[in-house]
Ligand binder design. Structure first.
Ligand SMILES: [Zn+2]
Ligand SMILES: [Zn+2]
Length: 102
């Protein structure tokens, strides 16, 4: 189950479970759309993989207790910003292949 981390790891902006701005990598490293656009590109600074939109967990119990009321969002903040210049070098080493070819 996704942890639904509470903030962007780059700028610490709040990313509540319903935020359409939340992006995650396959390890659930979590960022806001603005940091992905402006700083990270489609390269997670922790694993080098791509990021994608974080799915939104329903707030209502539509079926089988699979909702935020039973499985709330995570509260543990992970704020570990990268230096944009260093990230540029890292992303440059990876080069331009799309995530499915990295
Ligand atoms: Zn951010
Ligand atoms: Zn990652």
């Amino acid at each position: 189950m996704l942890e639904l981390r509470p903030t962007c790891e780059q700028c610490n902006k709040a990313l509540p479970p319903a935020s359409p701005e939340a992006r995650i990598c396959s390890y659930e490293c979590t960022f806001c759309a603005a940091c992905v656009e402006g700083v990270l590109g489609n390269v997670c600074p922790n694993c080098g993989g791509g990021v994608t939109e974080r799915p939104i967990r329903p707030s209502r119990n539509w079926k089988g207790d699979n909702y935020l009321g039973k499985d709330p969002a995570g509260a543990r903040v992970k704020h570990r910003p990268v230096d944009p210049a260093l990230h540029k070098m890292f992303a440059g080493e990876i080069g331009s292949p799309p995530p499915e070819q990295r």
